[in-house]
Design a binder for this molecule. Structure first.
Ligand code: ARG
Length: 586
C-alpha cells in the first residue's frame, strides 16, 4: 500500500506541476488512508493558496492524474477539495497475495537504541522494566524497517552508590545471605545504608528530602556515614585493589540477575557499555567543553548554561564537574554520544527512559549539539506505570520484584489456560501460560500511548477480550485451529478474490500492516502497532462471523482460507515485532 501511495503522490505532484507551471510543488504530495475512502489526498487545500486558485480546481487535476493508475477504480472530488480514491478489488486481492513486505526506511543506516540501562547495586524500578520492554520493541521494529540496530545497555555501573554499598558491605555483610541470594543481600545492604544515613541526617537536624543522595551537601553538614561513603568512592576511583575487586563483584552478581530477566523477556543487546566504560573519557570531555567555550567555571564547579528560550524559561545549567572534581551522569552521557557518533555514525540515537529524565536529556542534547554532534537525538520517554499496592510483592521494585511479577503473570495465565482447555497436555499448557503471562505484561505496557500514566491491573492485562495480548494470542490460535481443521478435510488456500464487503474490509486492513510498522518506526510509539493488530483481529472476527469459510463452495473457500492464512501471518509477525510469542493451540 505504501508503494501505491508513493506512486499516486508522485503522479499527483507531476500533474500539479504541469497544470500550474508557475508554482513550485514538492516531488510528491501526500495520499493517506482514510475513513471516507480507500485513500484520500488533501493536497489541493494545502497548495491552493500558493497556486492562487480555488482548492477544487487543484483537486480536479489531482483526481484526474490519480484515476489513470491501474490500481484505481475511480476518484472523486469531495467537500472543500478532498480527492477520494477507490481502489480496484482485483488490485487489492493481488497485493494481499504478495508476501508480507515492509518499507525499507532505514536503508541499513544505524540506529543506536539506549534502553533498559538499570543501575547496579541500586533498586531496580518498574521504569526499568518499561524501558526494557519498549526498547526491545523499538529495536525489533527499526530492524524490520531496514535499520542496522545497535541495542546498547547503558548500565549504571559507576557512581556514588558504590561508595555507599562499600561502606555497608564492610559494616554489615551477611556472607551466608550473600552466598544464597547475592542481589537480595546487596539490596538489603543498600537499604540499610540509606536508613542509617537518614537517621544520622535527622540527628544532625537536617531536613531530609526524598531521594536526595546528598551529593551536593557541603562537607561539614554531611553525616559521618556519607563522608565514609565518599572516602570509599574516592578509593575506588583511585584504583584501590580491594574496592575495585568488590565493585567488579557487585557488577557480576547483578549482571547474572539482569541476564536472567532479559532471557525471560527475550530481550537482546548488541553491546553493554555501562557508564564505567566512559570513565577515562570524562576529564577530556570537560576540557573540550571548556576549550570550546561551551562550559564555564562556577564556584569551583564546571557547568554548561543555556540561553533563555524565545518564549519561555531558560533551562537550568547542566553540572559537568563538581567542585571536588567528580563527574556526573550528564558528563557521561556527553562522552557516550561522542563515542557512539565516532564508532557507528548513527542516523538516529534513541534513549528510552521514564519521563522524569526529560530535562536531563534536553540539557545534554543541547550541550551535545553545541559540541558539534549532528546525529538526531531522540528521547523516547514514557509515563511511570503505577503498580497498585501488592502487585509487586517482595521488596518494592527490585529485580526480584520484577521476577515475581512475571511469576504471578504466568501463574494467573496458567489458571486461565487450565480452565479454558482440557485437551492440551501439561507441558503445552505451561508453555502457553508462559507466552500469555509474559505477553500480557509486555503488551500492557506497549499498548498504551507511552506518554500517558497508566495503572497496572491484572484484570486488564490478562483480559481475554479487548485490546490485550491474550485476546490477540487467542485470535491467532483460533485461526490456526480453523486452518488445521481445513487441512484435515483436504481444503487448501487458493487465489484471493474479493466478493463481499467483509472480505474487502479485511483485505484493506491486511494491507495496512506495513503502514502501521512504518508509523511506529517514525514516531517510536509501539501502541500504534498494537492498535493496528487489535483492529485486524476484530476485522477478522467480523469477517468470520458474517461469512462461512469451510462450508462455502470451492473457489470461495480457497480465497477465504487464504485470507485467514494471511491474517494469522500478520498477527504473528506484528506480535513478534512487539516481542510477543504466539501459540499454535491454546
Ligand atoms: N541508569 C539510568 C537510570 O536508571 C538510565 C540510563 C539511561 N540512559 C542514558 N544514556 N542516560 O536512571
Amino acid at each position: 500500500m505504501f508503494t501505491l501511495r508513493d506512486e499516486l503522490g508522485r503522479a499527483a505532484a507531476e500533474a500539479l506541476r504541469a497544470a500550474f507551471p508557475d508554482v513550485t510543488f514538492p516531488d510528491t504530495v501526500s495520499v493517506e488512508r482514510s475513513q471516507k475512502a480507500d485513500l484520500q489526498s488533501s493536497a489541493a487545500m494545502q497548495f491552493a493558496r500558493a497556486a492562487k486558485k480555488p482548492p477544487r480546481e487543484l483537486a480536479d487535476v489531482i483526481a484526474k492524474s490519480i484515476a489513470s493508475h491501474p490500481a484505481v477504480e475511480r476518484t472523486e472530488v469531495a467537500g472543500a477539495g478532498f480527492v477520494n480514491v477507490a481502489l480496484r478489488d482485483a488490485w487489492l486481492a493481488s497485493q494481499v497475495m504478495a508476501p508480507l513486505a515492509l518499507r525499507d526506511v532505514g536503508h541499513g543506516r544505524v540506529a543506536v537504541i539506549d534502553f533498559s540501562s538499570p543501575n547496579v547495586a541500586k533498586p531496580m524500578h518498574i521504569g526499568h522494566l518499561r524501558s526494557t520492554i519498549l526498547g526491545e520493541a523499538l529495536a525489533r521494529v527499526l530492524r524490520a524497517a531496514g535499520y542496522t540496530v545497535v541495542a546498547d545497555n547503558h548500565l549504571g555501573d559507576w557512581g556514588t552508590q558504590f561508595g555507599k554499598l562499600l561502606v555497608a558491605w564492610k559494616r554489615w555483610l551477611d556472607a551466608a545471605a550473600f552466598e544464597a541470594n547475592p542481589v537480595g543481600e546487596l539490596l538489603r545492604l543498600y537499604v540499610a545504608y540509606t536508613k542509617e544515613e537518614k537517621a544520622q541526617r535527622e540527628a544532625l537536624g537536617a531536613v531530609v528530602k526524598g531521594d536526595d543522595d546528598g551529593d551536593d551537601a557541603p562537607e561539614q553538614a554531611a553525616p559521618e556515614i556519607l563522608r565514609e561513603a565518599r572516602a570509599e568512592l574516592v578509593k575506588l576511583q583511585q584504583g584501590d585493589a580491594e574496592n575495585v575487586a568488590l565493585w567488579k563483584r557487585f557488577i557480576d552478581v547483578s549482571m547474572v540477575e539482569f541476564e536472567r530477566m532479559y532471557q525471560r523477556l527475550d530481550v537482546h543487546f548488541d553491546v553493554t557499555l555501562g557508564e564505567s566504560f566512559y570513565n577515562s573519557r570524562l576529564p577530556g570531555t570537560v576540557e573540550t567543553l571548556l576549550a570550546k567555550g561551551i562550559a564555564e567555571h562556577s564556584e569551583g564547579a564546571v557547568i554548561v548554561t543555556f540561553e533563555k528560550a524565545r518564549d519561555g524559561e531558560a533551562m537550568p545549567p547542566l553540572l559537568v564537574r563538581k567542585a571536588d572534581g567528580g563527574f556526573l551522569y550528564g558528563t557521561t552521557d556527553i562522552a557516550t554520544v561522542l563515542y557512539r557518533e565516532e564508532r557507528w555514525q548513527p542516523a538516529r540515537a534513541i534513549y528510552v527512559t521514564d519521563e522524569r529524565q526529560q530535562l536531563h536529556f534536553r540539557q545534554f542534547f543541547a550541550a551535545s549539539r553545541r559540541l558539534g554532534v549532528t546525529t538526531p537525538l531522540e528521547h523516547v520517554w514514557f509515563g511511570l506505570m503505577r503498580m497498585p499496592e501488592g502487585t509487586i510483592s517482595t521488596r518494592d521494585g527490585n529485580v526480584i520484584g520484577l521476577e515475581s511479577l512475571l511469576d504471578e503473570a504466568e501463574r494467573r495465565a496458567l489458571e486461565v489456560a487450565r480452565a479454558a482447555n482440557g485437551d492440551l497436555g501439561e507441558d503445552e499448557i505451561r508453555e502457553v501460560a508462559r507466552k500469555v503471562g509474559v505477553g500480557a505484561v509486555k503488551y500492557n505496557d506497549l499498548s498504551r500511548d507511552r506518554t500517558t500514566l497508566v495503572t497496572f491491573t491484572w484484570e486488564k492485562a490478562l483480559a481475554l477480550t479487548g485490546n490485550t495480548a491474550p485476546y490477540l494470542q487467542y485470535a491467532y490460535a483460533r485461526l490456526r485451529s480453523m486452518l488445521r481443521k481445513a487441512a484435515e478435510q483436504g481444503f487448501a488456500a487458493g487465489e484471493i478474490v474479493v466478493r463481499e464487503p467483509a472480505e474487502r474490509a479485511l483485505v484493506m486492513k491486511l494491507l495496512g500492516y506495513a503502514d502501521a510498522v512504518d508509523e511506529v518506526a517514525r514516531s517510536l510509539k509501539p501502541h500504534l502497532l498494537c492498535d493496528y493488530l487489535y483492529d485486524l483481529a476484530t476485522t477478522f472476527s467480523t469477517f468470520y462471523n458474517e461469512l462461512p469459510v469451510l462450508k462455502s463452495e470451492d473457489a470461495v473457500r480457497a480465497s477465504r482460507l487464504a485470507l485467514a492464512v494471511r491474517t494469522a501471518e500478520t498477527l504473528r509477525a506484528g506480535l513478534a515485532l512487539l516481542g510477543i510469542e504466539v501459540a499454535e493451540r491454546m
